[in-house]
Design a protein around this ligand. Structure first.
Ligand code: SF4
Length: 301
């Protein structure tokens, strides 16, 4: 593979075609990058792009974010998926204020010490915000490298091989544009199902040349989710937060909450399940408070 040609092709494609997002710029604010990476963890970029400016108005700095209550975070997080990420983000801002004087760390180990920051997010922040020379591997980039080099995505050895590829393949003077380009290519063309190889700007790809040779389907998760009334508990958790978010000032009677999310009067089995499964898990994630004496449920203040 001609890496000089590969680099110039992809970087030029990115110059001309990159997606515009409010957190992207030539000289991005590390706070904006941190926020966006937190928000993008399990939610589509197009949805985050709509919510991001609004969120910045409510929390323009790491300091304002660090002072948010749980309820304020849950309300501001509406439409961005898992609410416990909102709480972790606020905790991360607190940690940055307390330990790093309000400055987002620019080294790997300090970033990894922050709540909710794993290896991917730490390397993305270093690459995009601080322009460090570092490899970044998210699920899109992982899929692209596997396909370009014809690796079986279901083979346990592939993880290490992709890590090695990721280290040597990126242009050492432009980690930021390279990895953001691959993310755009992943979301536009190199999708998990039916990749659009004829439109993809990557010049040399083993999968494109012979897709039947390689096993490109993502491995199926064997994890069985706890569920109730044919819906996973995470859906019921989301419905509970949605109900409380709409009127977070007042506590709600547990029966009212259940009636609303089930759309019918709860029976004893419903109440027992709600008290034993949903309430404890939401309390554990610091999303709600529950007063067992008067049976009131509310967002955590
Ligand atoms: S050519 Fe196809 S399989 Fe290869 S990286 Fe592009 S979209 Fe993915």
């Amino acid at each position: 593979m001609d890496y000089t040609f590969l680099h110039s092709t992809i970087l030029q494609w990115f110059d001309n075609n990159q997606k515009e997002y409010p957190w992207r710029s030539e000289d991005p604010d590390p706070y904006h990058v941190l926020l966006s990476e937190y928000m993008l963890q399990q939610t589509q970029a197009s949805r985050i792009a709509l919510k991001f400016p609004e969120f910045l108005i409510s929390f323009p700095t790491i300091e304002t974010l660090s002072k948010a209550t749980n309820a304020q975070m849950i309300i501001a997080w509406q439409g961005m998926g898992y609410n416990n990420r909102a709480i972790r983000l606020r905790d991360c801002a607190k940690h940055i204020m307390d330990t790093f004087n309000g400055n987002i760390p620019s080294n790997y180990s300090d970033l990894l010490s922050l709540p909710g920051i794993g290896t991917y997010t730490a390397s993305a922040i270093l690459s995009f915000a601080f322009k460090h020379n570092i490899s970044v591997i998210d699920i899109n980039i992982y899929r692209i490298y596997s396909r370009v080099f014809g690796l079986d995505i279901q083979d346990a050895k592939t993880k290490n091989e992709v890590r090695t590829i990721a280290e040597y393949i990126y242009p050492k003077d432009n980690s930021s544009s390279w990895h953001q380009a691959l993310m755009d290519i992943g979301s536009s063309f190199c999708k998990a199902q039916n990749p659009k190889c004829t439109l993809c700007p990557i010049p040399d790809c083993l999968y494109r040349n012979n897709p039947s040779l390689y096993n490109m389907k993502p491995a199926k998760s064997k994890k069985i989710e706890a569920s109730f009334r044919n819906k996973p508990n995470r859906i019921w958790r989301g419905k509970t937060i949605e109900f409380l978010r709409n009127d977070h000032q007042l506590g709600h009677d547990l029966h009212d909450v259940l009636h609303s999310i089930l759309q019918q009067n709860p029976n004893e089995i419903d109440i027992e399940w709600f008290k034993e499964s949903i309430i404890p898990s939401l309390i554990k994630d610091q999303l709600i408070e529950y007063n067992a004496e008067n049976n009131h449920v509310s967002l955590k203040g």
